[in-house]
Design a protein around this ligand. Structure first.
Ligand code: ZN
Length: 425
């Protein structure tokens, strides 16, 4: 999938390095040696990577001088200077008035990201609603449209999206040539047979629709489709509490439950793009029946679906916000049943990934996620036991816009490396 070209590439390099270290000494077929040589010396990849490192450093810190960038990134001052000049000429960076006068040499000129140098669109479609946002490079929302729909069908929904995008183009006064692309989130996965393609958390009738191709034809922009937990993790890394974290897991409470996984600063999507489908980990053997055939799956306890059921709401028509108006005793009953499975899930995530933080968020309303987090104490012992509780679990982006904002981060995440040329228009 397009999102992960650059990421996969990085991942491949890492994997190849592991192979070199661990397998070659015992004698591996010669064919593999050729692969190792070509993958390690990709000059354009290195250049693009350095540009991304510079952009990332400025994004994380707000503003930086060239000297500060060199210090933080371990790139040579000359390399930083070349990249900064190139990015400034491309309009991606803005330089500001010198921070300090006097002293020796030239005064230091801080650089910031130019919010108007790139834009992206995020689309979140689920069983009950369609949300479209347009954001600039710094994540500021420049357009937002929310439309309630019941069980969206492909053709009318695609026509509706086209209509909203036309409306957006008329209303929003920006340089549309700077549009990087569209990120789409839908309940998935797509074209994948598996446990999570069944049950009430999937969208019916969309199996054979190539959404990326159809939307790309409508808009003329690149379109990337991802699952909600993965985009939420990317959004959190870009704009949220995970800005400074390199290894974390984002537990996304939506209709079901999924996890977005960052390891060493890279999103991990797995062999068939299904990494993080944690909703069907069995946490209560012999427990509640799940539509996947298991008993005691995590998402039968920790999900909007489970909360709706506990609160007497109809899962097919309830909206996340409805949970704010239910009898508190009923909601507390759900909390009670969710705490132990959630603690187990956090324990597993910490032990498997050595995650700095397990971030909890999703489309569940923020006050309710906060309530859940308050109840998750004490955490189980794990490799992260020495970190304070407030570091081990954190509140992430929550509420109705989470997935759409994460989706809008996808094209930006995607573009900073291989198709960087788009930024130079
Ligand atoms: Zn299940």
């Amino acid at each position: 999938m397009a999102t992960s070209n650059s990421i996969h590439h990085n991942y491949k390099i890492k994997l190849i390095a592991v192979i070199t270290l661990s397998i070659l000494p015992v004698g591996f077929p010669i064919g593999y040696k050729a692969v190792i040589t070509t993958s390690g010396t990709n000059l354009e990849h290195a250049r693009a990577h350095n540009r991304r490192v510079v952009i990332e450093a400025i994004r994380l810190n707000g503003e930086l001088t060239r000297a500060e960038i060199a210090r933080l990134t371990s790139l040579t001052p000359q390399t930083v200077s070349n990249i900064a000049t190139e990015l400034e000429l491309a309009g991606l960076l803005s330089s500001h008035l010198p921070r300090r006068a006097g002293g020796r040499g030239q005064p230091a000129t801080p650089l910031t990201l130019n919010p108007d140098s790139a834009y992206s669109i995020g689309i979140h479609l689920d069983h009950q609603s369609l949300l479209i946002v347009l954001v600039d490079l710094t994540g500021t929302v420049r357009f937002r449209k929310f439309i309630p729909i019941r069980k969206p069908q492909p053709e009318p929904t695609l026509a509706l999206i086209e209509k909203i995008l036309q409306e957006m183009r008329q209303q929003v006064k920006i340089d549309w040539r700077k549009m990087l692309g569209v990120g789409v989130v839908m309940p998935g996965p797509f074209g994948v047979e598996g446990i999570s393609s069944q049950g009430p958390t999937t969208l019916h009738g969309w199996d054979n629709v190539d959404i990326e191709a159809r939307l790309s034809a409508i808009t003329g922009w690149p379109v990337t489709l991802e699952n909600d937990a993965t985009v939420a993790a990317i959004g959190e890394r870009f704009h949220g509490v995970a800005k400074q974290l390199s290894s974390f897991v984002y537990l996304y409470i939506g209709t079901g439950l999924g996890a977005g996984i960052f390891t060493d600063g890279r999103i991990y999507t797995g062999h068939a793009h299904n990494a993080g489908e944690v909703g069907h980990m069995v946490v209560q053997p012999g427990g509640r029946e799940c539509y996947c055939g298991n008993k005691g799956c995590l998402e039968r306890y920790v999900s909007l679906q489970a909360a709706y059921e506990a609160c007497g709401l109809d899962p097919m028509s309830a909206m996340p916000e409805d949970l704010l108006n239910v009898d508190e005793a009923l909601f507390d009953k759900w909390l009670e049943s969710a705490v132990e499975p959630a603690l187990q899930a956090i324990n597993i995530m910490e032990c498997v990934f050595d995650a700095q933080s397990v971030i909890i968020g999703g489309t569940m309303p923020k006050p309710l996620v906060e309530k859940l987090i308050k109840r998750l104490t004490p955490l189980y012992s794990s490799v992260r036991s020495r970190s304070p509780q407030g570091m081990r679990i954190r509140l992430g982006m929550s509420g109705s816009d989470t997935a759409a904002l994460g989706a809008a981060a996808l094209p930006i995440f995607d573009e900073f490396n291989p198709q960087y040329e788009v930024l130079l228009k």
